[in-house]
Design a protein around this ligand. Structure first.
Ligand code: NTF
Length: 830
């Protein structure tokens, strides 16, 4: 047992080895130096952006010596490293985390004050790097934070998108996407190393030849290539002196431009190759859970994976390292199927470049990869058409075919005569077109395959990969997701953190199970009062943010009911909306006296994939309902709906600590895990949720009494589906549901237009793939229980305290410990 993350040896470990002096004076000196020399301005003439950049560089300078030290020690120790391969890292702002990790908050605060500046203002200047879509990318960011804090060597590999997840704006209530120009004002956190660029090849064909020993070998003759330029980012551990690396790749043309063509006057043609190459890392694909099989996306995937393998083999290992032992030095974690092309790439390197035989190469490859699946939706499992894959990566397609032959041979041997099974398990799908099932390829090649919550891992075995789990049961395991307590409690919720530390000491930040020690204080009225005061402070802080950022007024004293996550039908924002519409309808129709309504503000935050029509229509409807309900005097300010645009990590850090109620209402069996659910519980919100994903584990831990469960469970969903689901019957049989839907159909929220929201409403009435109508009554009933508990302030706060005290399990440190012990077999460094 590795035990908890190492406790900080502060202040010794935080004292810089070679950096600026760890004092207010030392800090000010460094800051002014950065302002003058890197920004080239005097303090008196500097802009807030100058000041922010100088501050960021100052903090970076403090971390620098530790980073270099970490790199040197890790190299010398020749230990096994985690190579986390992820197409997304949703990092959030860097400054606050860097200050926290290096214990510089107080010094920076005082130092800046001496300069007449304000730390909060400078922190707000930072544009977050939004290099991910949602949970999958944020999970990667939490994991690398935990590994650094636990002293585990890790390199995060990914793509330096020039444009991250789009900036969402609303125009007349509809989502309009703007490019995310996160690099425009400068990016002080990155270190480009053009000198360490690597070449990545594409296209062309393969040829067979005989090597010196007369063995037949293959050789790829690509017809175009690009350069991958590494950009390094620091990943500082919390107060432990370790700084790991996140290495993101940017694509560049191998040749800047074609001089003869330029001289001949065809400027556009002269830079064509450059534009083409740079497109590869230009923009993050904005689809969450539903990938688009676009050629550029496959280019991105191969690009970053090829760069990363090359980098590790050529630059991180010693020159004379024997690659037969590669697994002693790296475990490559595949974050979903996006990096799975790394499997044939490693086979290609070992065979075509290093002269390994097939069996030798396969033996090494299968020890070096582990695969995490993050979904259950069939449409989210990537299948690359062989036509496309063969055109872009001909050698890799050959290798994949050979891997598949070997797989099918194994299957036929294990299950003689079961040709159907062989066909089911084939990595190559034949319908609707010939394609490579990346999840099957990953599962066959990996040492371990894991889902991200207990229920999800079970369904993964039983429903998504049943044949594989039957054949290789030991390969499958579960690691329930977690979130970093540094960013999402300590940093985002300073008042609660202070209260916790005052009560049980500060050790919880790296040993989150210690929150258990808070349990007895749930019955202490004094503690509860302080706990409630922290929540109030967070609400006031949120109110200020929303007023400035969105012009939204948050009423005082309301139950703050929050649903923030990507907009997806399976997550059922429409179910939440139906509840709101129903409350509103009951008041305006006189069925419910307004003074019986629990004063409530419902906050939505959600981006829709730009091409996802139903999701965008749902956003439009939410905005129209928000405008109508919030403006209706009959509600006497007792019900308000707010939908701040552009929900991102930065907003999450303000919203989550302020929330009373956390909405986790996906149809059972659809949400792989969820991680927002964990963040809310850890910040003292109560959950209203289905028996889905990690909700199941949250409820088990916090206790039924402190969790508002509703809806069908997964077997019931399966049963209803099998029986034949008829959403309209729920509409006909439930007057409250009918009235809510009829109000939308009447044009009440659309200025009399009775058809504006037909797509949303008739989708629910006629198809309702995610059974929102079936769960409506149960949801409404659960909301009534929420109101009852909320009316009893002491009981509510008691439940909230117990949610915090019992959620320590959901630290990403614990997730990492499980990966280390059951999957990676790596060691922390001392
Ligand atoms: C997401 N998957 C799941 O939808 C979430 O439930 C889960 O918490 C996160 O992964 C992290 O594990 C995806 O985004 C994707 F792309 F895999 F569908």
């Amino acid at each position: 047992d590795l035990g908890p993350a190492r406790t900080p040896t502060h202040p010794v470990a935080t004292a810089p080895v070679n950096g600026p002096l760890f004092s207010v004076d030392g800090f000010v000196k460094e800051f002014i130096h950065e302002l003058n020399t890197a920004q080239g301005v005097a303090l008196a003439r500097s802009s807030v952006n100058d000041q922010y950049l100088a501050l960021a560089r100052t903090v970076k300078n403090y971390l620098m010596a530790r980073w270099l030290d970490t790199n040197r020690k890790t190299r010398e120790a020749k230990v096994k490293t985690v190579g986390y391969l992820s197409a997304e890292y949703l990092l959030g702002r860097q400054l606050g985390n860097a200050l926290l990790a290096s214990d510089l908050n107080e010094i920076a605060d005082k130092g800046l004050e001496l300069c007449g500046l304000d730390l909060v203002t400078l922190r707000n200047q930072e544009v977050e790097p939004g290099l991910g879509n949602g949970g999958l990318g944020r999970l990667a960011a939490c994991f690398i934070d935990s590994l650094a804090t636990m002293n585990v060597p890790c390199i995060g590999y990914g793509i330096r998108y020039e444009y991250g997840i789009f900036r969402q704006t609303f125009v007349d209530g509809r989502q309009v996407e703007q490019p995310d120009t996160w690099l425009a004002l400068g990016s002080p956190w990155e270190f480009p190393h053009p000198d360490a660029s690597v070449q990545v090849n594409f296209g062309g064909h393969t040829e067979k030849y005989r090597d010196a020993d007369g063995k037949e070998r293959t050789h790829w003759l690509p017809d175009w290539n690009v350069l991958g330029v590494p950009y390094n980012y620091m990943v500082p551990g919390y107060l432990n002196g370790r700084v790991n690396t996140l290495r993101l790749w940017s694509a560049q043309a191998t040749k800047a431009f074609d001089l003869p063509t330029f001289n001949a006057g065809d400027y556009a043609q002269a830079v064509r190759a450059q534009t083409f190459a740079e497109n590869i890392s230009k923009v993050l694909y904005p689809e969450d859970s539903t990938p688009q099989g676009k050629e550029l996306r496959l280019q991105q995937q191969y690009f970053f994976v090829a760069c990363s393998l090359r980098d590790f083999i050529d630059n991180e290992l010693e020159d004379d390292f024997d690659l037969h032992h590669l697994d002693e030095r790296i475990i490559l974690q595949l974050n979903d199927t996006h990096p799975v092309i790394a499997v044939p790439e490693l086979m290609r390197i070992l065979m075509d470049e290093k002269g390994f035989d097939w069996d030798e190469a396969w033996a090494v490859t299968t020890k070096c990869f582990a695969y995490t699946c993050h979904t259950l939706l069939p449409e989210a499992l990537e299948v690359w058409p062989t036509e496309l894959l063969g055109r872009l990566l001909p050698r890799h397609l050959e290798i994949i075919y050979a891997i598949n032959e070997q797989l099918l041979e194994e299957v036929r041997e294990a299950y003689p005569g079961d040709e159907l099974r062989a066909r089911r398990m084939s990595i190559i799908a034949e319908f609707p077109e010939r394609g490579v099932r990346m999840a099957y390829l990953a599962t066959y090649a990996a040492t371990k395959v894991n889902g991200v919550a207990a229920l999800h891992s079970q369904l993964l075995r039983d429903k998504v990969l049943p044949d594989f789990s039957e054949m290789w049961p030991d390969r499958f395991t579960n690691v329930t997701n977690g979130v970093t307590p540094r960013r999402f409690v300590k940093m985002a919720n300073p008042k609660l953190s202070e209260l916790i530390s005052d009560t049980i000491g500060g050790g919880w930040v790296t040993d989150l199970e210690r929150l258990r020690e808070l349990e007895p204080f749930a019955d202490d009225p004094d503690f509860r009062a302080q706990f409630a005061a922290a929540k109030d402070w967070n609400k006031r802080r949120l109110a200020e943010v929303l007023r400035k950022r969105d012009g939204i007024d948050l009423p005082d004293g309301h139950l703050l009911d929050v649903m923030v996550k990507r907009l997806h039908e399976y997550k059922r924002q429409s179910l939440k909306l139906l509840h709101v519409v129903s409350l509103y309808e009951q008041v305006i129709s006189g069925k419910l006296p307004v003074d019986q309504l629990t004063p409530r503000t419902v906050v939505f935050g959600a981006k829709a994939a730009p091409g996802y029509k139903m999701a965008k229509d749902t956003i439009h409807l939410i905005n129209r309902v928000a405008a109508t309900v919030s403006a209706d005097p009959r509600l006497e300010g007792r019900l308000k709906v707010a939908f701040p645009a552009n929900y991102n990590v930065t907003l999450a850090e303000k919203l989550i600590p302020a929330a009373d109620l956390s909405e986790q209402i996906s149809l059972a069996g659809m949400e792989a895990s969820g991680t927002g659910n964990m963040k809310f519980a850890l910040n003292g919100a109560l959950t209203i949720g289905t028996d889905d994903g990690a909700n199941v584990e949250i409820r088990e831990l916090v206790g039924d009494k402190h969790f508002f469960l509703f809806g069908m469970n997964e077997p019931q969903v399966a049963e209803l589906g099998a029986k034949g689901y008829n959403p309209e019957s729920y509409y006909e049989d439930n007057p409250q549901l009918k009235a809510a839907l009829d109000l939308v159909l009447s044009g009440h929220f659309s200025g009399g237009d009775q058809h504006l929201f037909d797509a949303v409403v008739y989708n629910l009435l006629n198809s309702d793939r995610f059974m929102a109508l079936a769960d409506f009554q149960s949801y409404v009933d659960a909301q009534a229980r929420v109101e009852e508990r909320y009316a009893d302030t002491d009981a509510w706060t008691r439940s909230a305290v117990l949610n915090v005290a019992r959620s320590g399990f959901f630290s990403s440190d614990r997730s990492m410990r499980e990966y280390i012990q059951r999957i990676w077999h790596t060691q922390p460094m001392m």
